[in-house]
Design a protein around this ligand. Structure first.
Ligand code: IMP
Ligand code: MG
Length: 182
């Protein structure tokens, strides 16, 4: 593990703030008069979920679902372990799943199947990021922050080996060794 890693900013704090505000307005418009359950998928979406919740001017309930993917990142199997379940049933409720990033789509596809079986009255997805180059499973993303290329991103909740979640921006990790001129 390199001791000094350079992070290249991909989406700045300002850009993210603006986009989250827009998403919040759009969601509030679409769910007008209904009571929303904002279902944040841990750990990656805890920062996005917190900001998004405050950008939605509606009465809402927040739930967290802890998940862990089996296998390493290069060989995702789509098998997902639930590490923390919801605190209340979602049957008959309007559920909006909040994800940090849709990469292969396997995690989200598994979660949507699991949640559908719990009979919510509606089920939609809001993802901060989408990485279409890696997609294996087609999943619907109803609200999307940004699209990213084939790079590993960190920050604003997203980690690399549990680091960088606290960055205020989304960036790409690069090593300092021989990658840029002084
Ligand atoms: P999936 O490949 O769509 O199943 O993605 C599962 C999870 O892997 C995401 O929710 C993220 O938590 C994590 N992940 C995927 N790509 C990245 C990345 O570029 N940076 C950090 N985490 C990622
Ligand atoms: Mg995630």
């Amino acid at each position: 593990m390199p001791t000094s890693e350079r992070i290249e900013v991909l989406f700045s704090e300002e850009q993210i703030k603006r986009r989250v505000t827009e998403l919040g307005r759009e969601i509030a418009r679409d769910y007008q008069g209904r009571e929303l359950v904002l279902l944040c998928v841990l750990k990656g979406s805890y920062v996005f979920g917190a900001d998004l919740a405050r950008a939605i001017d509606l009465p809402l309930r927040v739930e967290f679902l802890g998940v862990r993917s089996y296998g390493d990142r290069t060989q995702s199997t789509g098998a997902v372990q639930i590490t923390q379940d919801l605190t209340a049933p979602v049957a008959g409720h309007d559920v909006l799943v909040v994800e940090d990033i849709v990469d292969t789509g396997l995690t989200l596809s598994f979660l949507l199947d699991m949640l559908r079986a719990r009979r919510p009255s509606s089920l939609k997805v809001c993802a901060l990021l989408h990485k279409p180059s890696q997609q294996i499973r087609e999943v619907p993303i109803d609200y999307l922050g940004f699209t990213v290329g084939d790079v590993f991103v960190v920050g604003y909740g997203l980690d690399h080996a549990e680091r960088y979640r606290n960055l205020r921006y989304v960036g790409v990790v690069g090593t300092t060794a021989g990658t840029c001129a002084p």
